[in-house]
Design a protein around this ligand. Structure first.
Ligand SMILES: C[S@@+](CC[C@H](N)C(=O)[O-])C[C@H]1O[C@@H](n2cnc3c(N)ncnc32)[C@H](O)[C@@H]1O
Length: 252
C-alpha cells in the first residue's frame, strides 16, 4: 500500500469522510442482500444451501447477526493439515472452501449434488486450488486419498443408514491418521429445523455414537445460542486439535 503524506489534521478529516461513506455503502449493500435473502428464501422452491455472502454483507455487514456461520469455518481450519489434500462433502455455495479452507490446502475437491450450487460456487467462489464437482456422495467419491475430509452443515441431510454408509466410505478415503471434521445441529424437541433434513442428532453423545465405529479418537463439542444448538466434530485415528500432544498447543 502507498503511504500518502498529508498532515495529521487532513488525515483525520479524510478518514472520517471515508468512514461515513463506507457506512452508507454498507447499509446499501446490506439492503440489496436482504432483498436477495427475501426472494431466495420466501418464495418456493428454496435452495438446500445458503449463499454466505448474505451472512457477510447483511447479517455481519450491517445487522448484529450471529457468529455461528464463522465458527464453522474457524473450527474446521484447526483440523486442516498444512498443505492438505482436502475432500469437502456437500460444499453448497463454496464460500467456506474459498475463504476458510483453501489457504491451508494444496488442493480441494469440493462436491455437491446440486448443479445450481456448483454453478454458483464456480462463478462466485472460484480459486485455482479448488475443484468443484457435481456428484451425489451416496454414489460416488473421487478415487483419491485425503488428509482431511470436511462434512459441514450437511450430515443431517442424510438418513441414518446413509450416514453410516458415507462414514465407512470417508474412512476409506482418508490417509493414515487423516481427519474428518464438520458441524451439525441438535434437533428441536418438536419439529425439524429444516424440511430437507433427514436425521437431526439428539445430542453430542448421539453424534459421538455414530462416529465411534470408524475412528479411534473423536471430539464432539457444542456452542449454544438462543436460536441454535451447534455441534462440532473432529474424528481421526491420529491426534485431534487440542488433544494433549497436539503440536500446535502448549498448556499446563
Ligand atoms: C446446508 S447445505 C451446506 C453447504 C455448505 N457445506 C455450507 O456449510 O454452507 C447442505 C448441502 O448438502 C448438499 N447435499 C445434500 N445431499 C447431497 C448428496 N447426496 N450429495 C452431495 N451433496 C448433497 C446440498 O445440495 C447442500 O448444498
Amino acid at each position: 500500500m502507498n503511504i500518502i503524506k498529508i498532515n495529521t489534521k487532513n488525515k483525520a478529516k479524510k478518514l472520517e469522510k471515508l468512514k461515513e461513506e463506507n457506512f452508507k455503502l454498507r447499509k446499501k449493500i446490506a439492503e440489496n442482500f436482504k432483498k436477495q435473502m427475501y426472494i431466495e428464501w420466501s418464495i418456493e422452491p428454496v435452495p438446500e444451501w445458503f449463499d454466505h455472502y448474505i451472512d457477510l454483507y447483511s447479517s455481519w455487514g450491517w445487522d448484529a447477526g450471529n457468529a455461528y456461520w464463522v465458527e464453522r469455518g474457524c473450527y474446521n481450519i484447526l483440523a486442516i493439515k498444512e498443505n492438505a489434500n482436502i475432500l469437502e462433502l456437500c460444499c453448497g455455495d463454496g464460500f467456506n472452501s474459498k475463504y476458510f479452507y483453501s489457504s491451508r490446502a494444496r488442493k480441494i475437491d469440493s462436491i455437491d449434488f446440486d448443479p445450481a450450487a456448483i454453478k454458483h460456487a464456480n462463478k462466485y467462489n472460484k480459486k485455482s486450488n479448488i475443484n468443484f464437482i457435481c456428484s451425489d456422495i451416496r454414489k460416488d467419491l473421487p478415487d483419491n486419498k485425503y488428509d482431511n475430509v470436511i462434512w459441514d452443515a450437511a450430515i443431517e441431510h442424510f438418513t441414518e443408514s446413509e450416514i453410516k454408509d458415507i462414514l465407512k466410505k470417508i474412512k476409506n478415503h482418508l490417509v493414515e491418521n487423516g481427519m474428518l471434521s464438520g458441524y451439525t445441529i441438535v434437533a428441536h424437541e418438536t419439529s425439524k429445523y429444516f424440511s430437507l433434513h433427514e436425521y437431526e442428532f439428539k445430542s453430542k453423545e448421539d453424534l459421538l455414537e455414530y462416529l465411534n465405529p470408524y475412528f479411534k479418537n473423536i471430539m464432539v463439542f457444542e456452542t449454544i445460542y438462543e436460536d441454535r444448538h451447534n455441534l462440532y466434530f473432529y474424528a481421526s485415528d491420529g491426534l485431534l486439535p487440542f488433544s494433549k500432544d497436539w503440536k500446535h498447543m502448549v498448556s499446563k
